[in-house]
Design a binder for this molecule. Structure first.
Ligand code: ZN
Length: 702
């Protein structure tokens, strides 16, 4: 066997053993120190071909049993899945033109190979026979069989003749329309600029925004400096949002706001025809598959199960948040009138963010910058790992050097139980590296937990990726409070991936969990950033060692509920609009403008302007994965808040109660993953179905 673990060589190694056995590459950690971009294309092509051959062999010779179908199917998909996962990971954290080119070259072949698996009639019939065979399957196996059937059905496996052809055509048209929607939005966003040259035009803007605006002007070819301009503001969120919050020039805020709400709604980048076209295609697709609406179709993959259940939640939350949002708006108006000395002032859309920021400064009086010295990364990790040990009995130790990494700043950790038995491992890539790493924070699986045919266990390994401020001048990375929250959030995903006890990769960790339930453990972990004993135990000044002053913590905790009713109502507005568009709305007979106005009347305090074309920029549902799923944000928040409520009920100041409740959370939510329906997992932890009350209480809405 070759000792050369570049991707290409790994394929040869795997070929020796039919891709099985402990030596196969997908049983091991990627050799990040040796992987070369030029190995990707030949390696992936070879794996696609091998997967196709293995699929054909299985299609021709399957028996409808677990061992005769599901197990070999899982095995045959692993080598390509593992390799493609590594390529994707590297694209996200160590991007290069060579790697991007390689990925683009083979992407269509990978997609096609996966479609051939997903739409295989022979495999589908085999799974049906297995489901109906009366053979004994454990609950995880049963759920894996069911999700194979469901995904094949949603991919159109049951359609014949003209219907099948039309289905494929719709898929292609939808992909094309979504791509054009996203491109129009991008181009329309780029097409608008607000160039400022005089000091009175940038009045109120903080230094960080002036620097970013000057940098944007420089990127466009101007000689620009943060102090003297010129400054360029665009419709991109990192520039637009702080401008709306801080600019003292009401006329400029209005100009920017009006550009924002009419974005991609006219001229060369008009998304209006695409909105209608996409809704029409989705409606037709759902009808072909026998569903009353696209929203009902999407619900077969969701914990909510029915559109009614989602609508009911939105309406409960609306009842609680709308009065608060109205009160918020009244308070803001009073505040602005007092500050300006104008008793007749009425707030326009372009005033809300500005006055909300002034009121926030007045009430809570702290800045993210002032908190940073109390959150050096090593202390935050110590606090986070201590919490994982106390609650879940997970013992985390540094293992740097035991696994090859893709950048010298990346760290490697092992996770064991309290008896020392190994459970998992994870990589932590903490810092922002704009030149090669994409923004945001995420968790992905490197290896999934699996019981091998010989009975041995492959332990899960996870990527935890953040984009926080890198260390400066030899000191530690000093984190903002929201970076701390982000790390806790991502670590919740990682814990679910690592503490799983499911032995089938298809349902281990976060796999096979419904879209609207997957944010449960992540949002749950965020709550601990507001748990005074947990936070104060690790928040210490990196130079003086002085703990975070309790009064400062109290202001941070109080600010959590600031304008919560208004923020809720905004999310409810988007979620309701999304469900309405994908449920009852018929683009050929109903009036889109009337629907948008009706939903806005129910879900806003300050109704949108008549010229508002918000849908033309709603990429979540027209170019992302959130169609008929925007409500999931709130659905999962109910679960995570109620899960934390169990710890509150048990007693947040009672260490023994925290241990018992934490172990129960580990043994249910974290351990069972996608092996059971999420409602069942939740009830196993909570002893009853989820309730909305804790979410409302945490947000000051009861
Ligand atoms: Zn998340």
């Amino acid at each position: 066997m070759s000792d050369d673990h570049s991707l290409g060589a790994l394929i040869d190694t795997a070929a020796d053993a039919d891709g099985a056995g402990l030596d196969a590459p997908h049983e091991q950690l990627p050799r990040f120190d040796r992987i070369q971009a030029d190995a990707v294309v030949p390696a992936v092509r070879a794996l696609v071909e091998r997967q196709d051959r293995a699929r054909e062999a299985l299609e021709g010779n399957l028996t409808p049993t677990w061992e005769g179908l599901a197990a070999p199917l899982g095995e045959l998909a692993e080598p390509l899945g593992w390799t493609w996962g590594v390529v994707h990971h590297l694209l996200s954290v160590r991007n290069s033109p060579e790697l991007r080119e390689a990925q683009e070259a083979v992407q269509p072949e990978v997609v096609t190979a996966s479609l051939r698996l997903g739409q295989s009639r022979a495999l589908y019939d085999g799974f049906r026979a297995l489901r109906d065979s009366g053979l004994t399957l454990d609950p995880a196996q049963r759920r894996i069989v069911e999700s194979n059937l469901r995904e094949a059905e949603l991919a159109g496996v049951g359609l014949e003749g003209a219907a099948r052809e039309r289905f494929q055509q719709i898929e292609a048209e939808l992909a094309e329309a979504s791509m054009r929607f996203a491109n129009n939005l991008l181009d329309a966003t780029k097409a608008f600029t607000l160039d400022l040259t005089r000091p009175e035009e940038v009045e109120g803007l903080p230094p960080s925004l002036l620097a970013a605006a000057a940098q944007t002007a420089r990127a466009a070819g101007a000689e620009a400096r943060a102090e003297s301009g010129p400054w360029r503001i665009t419709l991109e969120a990192p520039l637009m949002v702080p401008f709306m919050e801080h600019s003292r020039r009401r006329d400029l805020r209005e100009r920017l706001y009006r550009a924002h709400i009419s974005k991609a709604s006219s001229g060369a980048f008009d998304n209006q025809p695409l909105v209608t076209a996409i809704l029409r295609l989705r409606r037709e697709q759902a009808a072909l598959l026998g569903y009353p609406s696209y929203a009902e179709m999407s619900m077969v993959r969701k914990m909510a199960r029915t559109v009614d259940a989602a609508v009911r939640l939105l309406s409960d939350l609306r009842a609680a948040s709308r009065p608060r949002a109205e009160r918020d708006f009244g308070e803001l108006t009073d505040f602005a009138r007092a500050e300006t000395g104008d008793p007749r002032l009425t707030l326009a859309h372009w005033d809300v963010a500005f006055w909300a920021e002034r009121l926030r400064e007045r009430r809570y009086d702290y800045s993210e910058e002032a908190l940073r010295p109390y959150f050096p990364l090593p202390a935050v990790l110590e606090g986070l790992f201590g919490l994982a040990r106390r609650l879940f009995g997970a013992v985390i130790t540094a293992a740097d050097g035991e696994a090859p990494v893709w950048h010298p700043d990346v760290r490697y950790f092992r996770v064991a139980d309290e008896q020392g038995a190994p459970l998992a491992a994870f990589y932590l890539d903490s810092y922002s590296r704009p030149a090669e790493k994409r923004g945001g924070a995420w968790v992905a699986g490197c290896l999934e937990r699996k019981r091998r045919p010989d009975g041995s266990l492959r332990l899960p390994v996870t990527y935890v990726v953040c984009n926080q401020s890198p260390p400066v001048d030899g000191g530690p990375s000093l984190m903002t409070f929201s970076e701390v929250e982000t790390l806790f959030h991502e670590f919740g995903h990682a814990l679910q991936h690592m503490l799983t006890r499911v032995d089938y990769p298809e349902a281990a960790g976060t796999n096979n969990i419904e879209w609207d339930a997957v944010e449960l453990p992540s949002q749950f972990m965020e709550n601990w950033c507001y748990h005074r004993p947990t936070l104060l135990a690790f928040a210490r000044h990196h130079q003086t060692g002085e703990p975070l002053p309790a009064a400062l913590f109290d202001r941070v905790a109080a600010a959590r509920t600031y304008r919560a009713g208004s923020l809720f109502l905004r999310q409810l507005h988007f979620a309701t609009l999304d469900l309405e568009l994908h449920h009852r709305f018929d683009p050929d007979h109903d009036d889109l403008t009337a629907l948008v106005a009706r939903v806005a009347a129910e879900n806003t305090v300050l109704p949108p302007l008549p010229e508002d074309r918000f849908l033309c920029g709603f990429a979540h549902i027209f170019a992302g994965g959130y169609a008929a799923g925007y409500y999931s944000y709130k659905w999962a928040e109910v679960l995570s808040a109620d899960a934390f409520g169990a710890f509150e009920d048990a007693g947040l100041d009672d260490p023994a109660a925290l241990v018992t409740t934490g172990r129960r959370f580990r043994d249910t939510v974290l351990a069972l993953g996608g092996s059971r329906p999420p409602a069942e997992v939740f009830e196993a932890f909570r002893g009853r179905p989820p309730r909305v009350e804790p979410l409302l209480r945490h947000n000051g809405l009861v």
